[in-house]
Design a protein around this ligand. Structure first.
Ligand SMILES: [Zn+2]
Ligand SMILES: [Zn+2]
Length: 219
């Protein structure tokens, strides 16, 4: 297996840690009441109207929901499903990452509705394309809990482990699963972005993982 991108894991950490403006004006995500650009908190992922004369003042909305609304109204999807992944700053952008025109990828955040979709229709969190029910991968901790509760293709798990320093440091491991191997806890709700927590049996979590593929792919 080969990795399609040039990867420098420490640099991604620097990218994600870049000091961001606390409120980024988003002209492409205007307030529905006053039509002025809303302000994005790029760390928390909330959009708010900052117009003191607007009835919508300071009422927050999750940025992923507003991105979906904009796409439904005809705006381009800045992070569409597909493979290979679009890149920003030389790094592949997961399908699960909210991407705004004003602030770019919000690397630390998750698109709530897309995670629900990945869980319910068994599509890949990294590329957004369907996974096979009998052959997917999840990335788990030592107790078998999924780091992000959604399936991946093997190629996408390899990519994620290779480029994400947090995952690498945490000792997370990729294990091959079928859909029947997943124990889900909690409800899902597409509109609310409410997602379930997944885990796999300890025996699976203890199996030889795919991380060595990741290491090999970037050397
Ligand atoms: Zn407003
Ligand atoms: Zn994938």
């Amino acid at each position: 297996m080969t990795c399609p991108v040039h990867i420098e894991p420490p640099a991604l950490s620097a990218l994600a840690g870049t000091t961001a403006a606390p409120e980024v004006p988003c002209p492409d995500l205007p307030c529905p009441d006053c039509a002025l650009p809303r302000l994005l908190d790029p760390l928390g992922g909330w959009l708010v109207c900052g117009n003191p004369h607007c009835p919508n003042l300071a009422i927050g909305a999750p940025v992923w929901r507003e991105l979906d609304a904009a796409v439904a109204a005809g705006a381009p999807d800045l992070c569409p499903p597909g493979w290979p992944r679009p890149q920003r700053g030389g790094f592949p952008v997961p399908w699960l990452t909210p991407v705004t025109a004003a602030a770019g990828p919000l690397w630390k955040l998750v698109h709530g509705a897309r995670l629900v979709q990945a869980q319910t229709v068994w599509c890949c969190q990294t590329c957004g394309l369907p996974c096979e029910a009998a052959a997917a991968v999840v990335v788990v901790d030592e107790a078998g809990r999924c780091r992000t509760s959604a399936p991946l293709h093997e190629r996408c798990a390899v990519l994620s482990l290779a480029v994400c320093p947090d995952l690498a440091r945490s000792g997370a491991r990729a294990v091959a699963v079928t859909r029947a191997d997943i124990a889900a806890e909690g409800d899902t709700d597409l509109a609310l972005g409410l997602t379930a927590r997944w885990r796999v049996q300890q025996a699976l979590a203890d199996m030889a993982d795919l991380a060595e593929h990741a290491a090999g792919a970037v050397r």
